[in-house]
Design a protein around this ligand. Structure first.
Ligand SMILES: Cc1ncc(COP(=O)(O)O)c(C=O)c1O
Length: 494
């Protein structure tokens, strides 16, 4: 205890606590914050400045660390200014990189309401409105899938990776009810889309199944799971004495955004009586579009679904839903007793305690942003976001097809496009040299701050990849991207 604390009366607080908790301070700082943020967002959204403020990561760590330890301290506005000047500008129209959206800015204000008042949930009592909002959001997503909210269940969790792990844990425990206490038997396997996100394999490692017991389901020529071959694999696994915990399909898979034929896959799973898990972390939002939702036909037959709202529902990270078709499975993931939290004398209330079915005990109120946007604008907002970004991607694909020096590597099913730049001078170059060109151009482009795009590997070779996940990106930005890539190739040529 500090000397200062020792000498204070009940009415007095130590000076720093007083400063940190003063209501006036909070009011002043929030006004400053609102001005700084709105000016910053307005500039970025109109395309001013660089997309990524490229810096050596080590220098950034030193700078952040220096601010924490500088004897003179720093003002609030200086700290916020530094954060804004040093970040990735996802709201810049030329941000078309990873599957992280230019989120709807005002959605964050709902999140902030939860964080300022600190409403973390584990039990309903600790975040009654957060719990209500989460349930309402889950209900809305379940209806979009085509489920009856009375007979299904779900939860929100911190990201698609954790969501997939939670769903696969449930599948594991349903398949092997003793696994929680006794571990997983040797003959357990998971069959996963060959392009499944790495978190599926990682889940197998974490859940004691083992990464080597992921069996890859082969893909067709559009990188979608092939149902006939899946059937063959399930027959063979059965003949070999293996027990399949789940078939993990993708809607869509990360590399090129391929949607598996879920209806056909559901037929195969039904025939073999196997749990169907659909990772719709990216593609779930497509259900909001009456034009594109057919890509997910059959999803309503899945046993579990992961749907990230912080991807194609354009709310800030994180807000990932795990959805179970059968309500009975809602407690199957975690079979734990915590009498200090869960009150067996009021089982009706326990139904609303999120901690029973999530990895997290204390959990942020993850549903606020989605709930706020849905309540303010209606579900049509999400339909427009899907239709608009998918249309922009189709436009970009046409530009690539028409340009002699670009090669689109697939027709886009959604808002992901992978392609290569192969100028005439490189037409006869080796695969290695063409791969090296993609990496070189991409690095130069992001360091320039003109665009943010990503790189990937497809069939062992490097390629460029965009996710058009910013509704502010224009057709001109996309046309100009091709010119920027050509320019970077010239500037970086030896
Ligand atoms: C298909 C798919 N599943 C899961 C994830 C992981 O989601 P998160 O980054 O929210 O953990 C991703 C991320 O891009 C994804 O594309």
């Amino acid at each position: 205890m500090s000397d200062e604390t020792d000498q204070l009366t009940d009415q007095e607080l130590p000076s720093l606590i007083q400063a940190a908790y003063a209501p006036d301070t909070f009011q002043d700082l929030s006004a400053t914050w609102a001005t700084q943020l709105s000016e910053h967002m307005s500039a970025i959204m109109s395309g001013e400045g660089r997309v990524l403020n490229w810096s050596d990561p080590k220098e950034l760590v030193d700078a952040a660390s220096g601010m924490m330890h500088s004897p003179a301290g720093h003002s609030f506005s200086e700290l916020i200014e530094t954060a804004l000047a040093s970040g990735q500008n996802l709201h810049h129209p030329r941000y078309i990189g990873h599957q992280v959206p230019a989120s709807i800015p005002s959605a964050a204000l709902f999140d902030a309401t939860g964080t300022v008042t600190n409403q973390p949930m584990a039990i309903c009592e600790m975040g009654p409105w957060g719990t209500a909002v989460e349930r309402a959001v889950l209900r809305a997503l379940q209806k979009k899938i085509g489920w009856n909210p009375e007979t299904c269940a779900g939860l929100l969790t911190s990201g698609g990776s954790l969501a997939n792990m939670t769903a696969l844990l449930t599948a594991r425990n349903v398949c092997f009810p003793e696994a929680w206490q006794q571990g997983v038997p040797d003959h357990a396997v998971i069959v996963a889309q060959a392009d499944a996100h790495y978190c599926v394999t990682r889940s197998a490692g974490i859940l004691g199944i083992g990464t080597q017991r992921i069996v890859a389901a082969p893909l067709d020529d559009r990188r979608r799971m092939n149902p006939q071959q899946l059937d063959g694999i399930l027959c063979k696994l059965k003949a070999d004495g293996k027990k399949v915990i789940a078939v993990a399909a993708a809607a869509c898979a990360t590399p090129i955004g391929a949607f598996d034929p879920l209806d056909d896959i559901a037929n195969v799973c039904e025939k073999h009586d196997v749990w169907l898990h659909v990772d719709a972390a990216h593609g779930g939002g497509t259900l909001m579009s009456s034009t594109h939702r057919t890509l997910l036909n059959g999803i309503e037959r899945a046993d579990s679904i992961v749907w990230d709202a912080h991807k194609m529902m354009f709310v800030p990270a994180l807000c990932a839903a795990v959805l179970y078709r059968n309500k009975e499975h809602r407690y199957a993931a975690f079979q734990q007793d915590a009498p200090y939290l869960f009150d067996p004398s009021s089982p009706g209330l326990a139904e609303f305690d999120s901690g029973i079915s999530t990895v997290e005990c204390t959990k942020r109120t993850l549903g606020f942003g989605l709930w706020g946007m849905w309540s303010m604008y209606g579900e049509e907002l999400f339909e427009q976001l899907i239709d608009h970004t998918f249309a922009l991607t189709a436009f970009f694909h046409r530009q690539l097809t028409e340009a002699a020096d670009f090669q689109p590597l697939h027709s886009p099913q959604c808002n992901i496009q992978v392609f290569r730049f192969v100028p005439e001078s490189m037409a006869a170059a080796s695969n290695e040299d063409i791969s090296a060109l993609q990496l070189r151009v991409r690095r130069a482009l992001i360091e320039s701050g003109d665009y943010y795009i990503v790189q990937t590997k497809l069939d062992g070779q490097a390629a460029l990849r965009v996710t058009i996940i910013n509704p502010l990106t224009t057709r001109t930005d996309l046309i100009e991207l091709l010119n920027a890539i050509r320019r970077m190739a010239d500037q970086t040529a030896d």
